[in-house]
Write a protein that binds this ligand. Structure first.
Ligand code: UDP
Length: 250
């Protein structure tokens, strides 16, 4: 059991991994507590692909097990847990990170952005500054750098309390692993394609798709190159949940 300032993690298990069952507001409060108490750490917005990776990759499994907060981002996670009889709210990573930025701007908490193509991170930063008046962006860097040590050093010098890393998975988790050691009191989140959304480069699915849990389908149709990667994952993942978690067949 982990308790911070009276907030207790309420985890459920999927393939042996802890997943938090906080609702959206609770998850935001918990993340802010991690920042305010200087406990820092890592938030993972988990999807089926990441669980599949953790099942075959011990280093990635360790990252998952050591995360301070694991929110169910992918709809496959919500359905997988439902099959096991657990009800959790889906928390879209892009919305979670956006609200966290809102709260950081209200509380003058310094933030940093690492990732995405140069013009994308630039537009995302510009749009977010326009949206959140007091957002204190102390550092931003696109995700196509060759000298990782330089980026890590610059991050440490700027001392952000929240760092959003958009390099895709598992690249972002590998980067965060190193950055955490340099900034142990800061909070890190891997946010995948969120900068693309905030820059206006990529549109999220219309609300109806989001509410039906079909945002992944909309995105794979819009970006066919994702089809091969995303489409078979959810049915395969859910079949595995039934096999291993319900019927306990290994
Ligand atoms: N990205 C990056 N550096 C890389 C590879 C990817 O900055 O070396 C960025 C990419 O530009 C995009 C983000 O990572 O903004 C997420 O990519 P993707 O949509 O593949 O990730 P997902 O959200 O599916 O995990």
């Amino acid at each position: 059991m982990y308790i911070i300032f009276g907030m207790e993690r309420k985890c459920v298990k999927l393939f042996g991994f802890d997943i938090d069952s906080f609702n959206f507001e609770e998850a935001i409060d918990y993340a802010l507590e991690l920042i305010n108490t200087k406990k820092g750490g890592q938030v993972i917005t988990i999807n089926p692909e990441m669980i599949e990776n953790a099942l075959v990759n011990k280093t990635f499994a360790d990252v998952l097990n050591q995360a301070e907060l694991v929110v169910p981002d992918g709809i496959g996670i919500k359905i997988g847990l439902k099959i096991k009889g657990e009800n959790v709210d889906r928390i879209a990573g892009v919305e979670f990170a956006h609200e966290l930025l809102n709260r950081c701007s209200q509380n003058k908490i310094p933030v940093a952005f690492v990732g995405a193509r140069p013009h994308v991170v630039l537009s995302a930063v510009k749009n977010l500054k326009a949206k959140f008046d007091n957002l204190k962006i102390v550092y931003y860097q696109n995700g196509y750098f060759s000298d990782e040590q330089r980026v890590l050093k610059e991050l440490r010098q700027k001392s952000p309390k929240l760092v959003l890393v958009a390099l895709g998975s598992p690249k972002q988790e590998n980067f965060i692993k190193q950055a955490r050691e340099l900034l142990p009191a800061s909070l890190f989140i891997g946010v995948g394609g969120s900068f693309d959304v905030w820059s206006g480069e990529v549109q999220r699915a219309p609300k109806i798709y989001q509410n039906l849990g079909l945002e992944w389908l909309y995105r794979t149709v819009k970006e066919p190159k994702r089809f091969k990667r995303i489409f078979p994952t959810i049915p395969r993942f859910l079949l595995n949940v039934i096999k291993k978690e319900v019927f306990k067949i290994s």
